[in-house]
Design a protein around this ligand. Sequence first.
Ligand SMILES: *[C@@H]1O[C@H](CO)[C@@H](O)[C@H](O)[C@H]1NC(C)=O
Ligand SMILES: *[C@@H]1O[C@H](CO)[C@@H](O)[C@H](O)[C@H]1NC(C)=O
Ligand SMILES: *[C@@H]1O[C@H](CO)[C@@H](O)[C@H](O)[C@H]1NC(C)=O
Ligand SMILES: *[C@@H]1O[C@H](CO)[C@@H](O)[C@H](O)[C@H]1NC(C)=O
Ligand SMILES: *[C@@H]1O[C@H](CO)[C@@H](O)[C@H](O)[C@H]1NC(C)=O
Ligand SMILES: *[C@@H]1O[C@H](CO)[C@@H](O)[C@H](O)[C@H]1NC(C)=O
Ligand SMILES: *[C@@H]1O[C@H](CO)[C@@H](O)[C@H](O)[C@H]1NC(C)=O
Ligand SMILES: *[C@@H]1O[C@H](CO)[C@@H](O)[C@H](O)[C@H]1NC(C)=O
Ligand SMILES: *[C@@H]1O[C@H](CO)[C@@H](O)[C@H](O)[C@H]1NC(C)=O
Length: 545
Amino acid sequence: MVSHDLLRVLTFGLLAVGRVRSVQLSNYAQQMSNEAMGFLDQIYDCDAGYLNYFYYPLAAGPHETRSSVWYATGLLQRNRGNDVEEAVKIITNVIHGQEKNTSVQWYGDYTVYPEQPTVGTAAYPPVIYNSWDPNWRGFIGTNLIVIYEEFSHLLPANVQELILESLHNNTIGDSYRVGGIDGDNLRPAYSNAWLMRTVATSWTGLKLKNSNMTQAGNADATQFLDLFNLNGTLSEFGGPTYAGVSLYALTIAAKYLPASTVIGQHAARVIQEIWDYESSLWNANLRNFAGPWDRSYGYDMNKYVAIMSEWIWALIGKDGVWKQKSPIYTMTHADDFEYAPLIAVLSTFHKTLVSKATIQKLTTFAGEHTYTGHAYAPPADYEPRNISTWLSANLTIGTDSFNQSVVGGYSEDSTSFSPSVVQWLRPDGSVGYFNLYPTETALKASVTPYALNLEYPLGNSSSTFTFVLASNPLGAARDISSFGDVDGLTIAVSGGSVNPVPEISFCGLVGGSCNIIHEFEFWNVTFSMPADSTEIPSISFKFAF
Ligand SMILES: *[C@@H]1O[C@H](CO)[C@@H](O)[C@H](O)[C@H]1NC(C)=O
Ligand SMILES: *[C@@H]1O[C@H](CO)[C@@H](O)[C@H](O)[C@H]1NC(C)=O
Ligand SMILES: *[C@@H]1O[C@H](CO)[C@@H](O)[C@H](O)[C@H]1NC(C)=O
Ligand SMILES: *[C@@H]1O[C@H](CO)[C@@H](O)[C@H](O)[C@H]1NC(C)=O
Ligand SMILES: *[C@@H]1O[C@H](CO)[C@@H](O)[C@H](O)[C@H]1NC(C)=O
Ligand SMILES: *[C@@H]1O[C@H](CO)[C@@H](O)[C@H](O)[C@H]1NC(C)=O
Ligand SMILES: *[C@@H]1O[C@H](CO)[C@@H](O)[C@H](O)[C@H]1NC(C)=O
Ligand SMILES: *[C@@H]1O[C@H](CO)[C@@H](O)[C@H](O)[C@H]1NC(C)=O
Ligand SMILES: *[C@@H]1O[C@H](CO)[C@@H](O)[C@H](O)[C@H]1NC(C)=O
């Protein structure tokens, strides 16, 4: 009896110690973690030791690698029942799948999904960002650092060693990445991916006492800061998804790296400066960051899961993030909710770097104001972009002027580069949007209250201005044949060299004449130039409620 009781006390005591040594989470972060873990528990396959693949369109069968590591973080944090065993199973599975051939470009990278054919075989050629994803080193490597730092006490010694070995290979393989070579595009302006490499390399160099790595990490950090410090902005500006990933990497640097590393020395300040401008661009009434957005996965943050939404949830609660109440897995890009357990673990420390003024601006709209700034993403940008965003309670207009070498911004993707964004609150509380779809390499744009002016300095009579216009909400007009049919906002062409009557078509979920973008259907409003015009293409709008 005595020994049984003693055992119970001991066991209980050990459990209690284990629980105390989890990261202390705020109520908001705990709620987010619980909601994510409740979902992930259901798609976890414990026989495989991987999560099932949850990515649109949903795959028939396979598991997924990266999200499994995010889930392992949540398991270690929760630490109930056999959570730790399952986390260990996932970590060892993922590392065993890591590429071991030092001569291939994807050395040290992890699989996208564990059943995939071997990359580099005849049937499965190496296609960057497809059959292999170079950023998986960054995502998984940085996550392994968090696991090592926070939860080593839960891991067997051999698993701790395995993590360090994995990070060693990961970092060597990541050093093969050179923007512009072999199809890679990793340069300092690719902020989120560059920062993940910077942080993983700096940390691993210190841990393994490998001064080559430490120096490489410092060199990366210096190149990042050279761009960031131009105007206190990420080159990858205003992306609701990727600003969140940059903050994630920087939080790891601020928390675990000493000031003897360049990124460790600067990360906290950079995080504060990012929040300074991001919070100025946040419209708490619309639950959206005003534009422009360099890379976004949708046109209204209430309808898709962005990583920034997870940071904001951890800071001010779920109600501050989304107007919609439907379960998160019904939103598009819901797979990014799989990141939430990891964001939650970092959020306690992250919050110590976020000012009261930022929290205030995230919580309550600060009143009408204009943000002006610059962002510079060479080599796509020939010169820094000029950003100008006007925010009012129920209408925001944000744009940038650019002169670039490619169409679609740094990532050459017109579906995610949104250089001019208008959003407004509609009578039913939902958010409307009217965004320029980029088709040119240069834009001169300006914003004043209730007005937007756009000009293509390199355009000609073949140029068109195409806008992505939101469908009206349920109950409002289903058909849009002119701006008069738009719900909740008066849009008027007030000038410019274009023919003021647009061609309007519908890009629908199951019909229409063009494709949806990031699962958003929309009206395509396209203005053309009068035939044989010799004027510089331009268009101006005035907006009113
Ligand atoms: C490693 O990759 C190189 C380049 O593709 C190849 O020639 C070599 O056979 C591979 N080595 C092993 C052990 O598979
Ligand atoms: C790391 O790479 C080496 C080859 O350089 C390989 O022998 C080893 O198994 C790899 N370790 C892991 C964990 O993949
Ligand atoms: C460091 O870099 C030098 C020069 O490239 C190389 O010779 C050496 O092997 C590297 N050392 C380690 C530990 O990677
Ligand atoms: C960025 O540029 C804007 C406009 O030129 C200026 O008002 C602002 O002070 C600059 N901010 C920083 C942090 O450099
Ligand atoms: C914004 O919309 C809300 C809700 O419809 C309304 O109460 C408020 O008066 C509007 N504010 C402005 C400045 O138009
Ligand atoms: C940004 O503004 C500066 C100063 O007005 C101007 O010289 C520069 O050409 C502008 N850049 C772009 C891309 O329009
Ligand atoms: C864009 O930049 C290029 C290269 O610097 C320059 O030649 C060109 O004049 C610029 N175009 C505009 C419209 O500013
Ligand atoms: C307008 O410019 C584009 C791209 O440079 C070119 O392909 C097109 O022929 C030009 N159209 C006219 C009417 O000059
Ligand atoms: C928008 O419609 C125009 C025709 O008016 C078409 O040429 C263009 O490809 C469409 N753009 C998108 C993004 O759907």
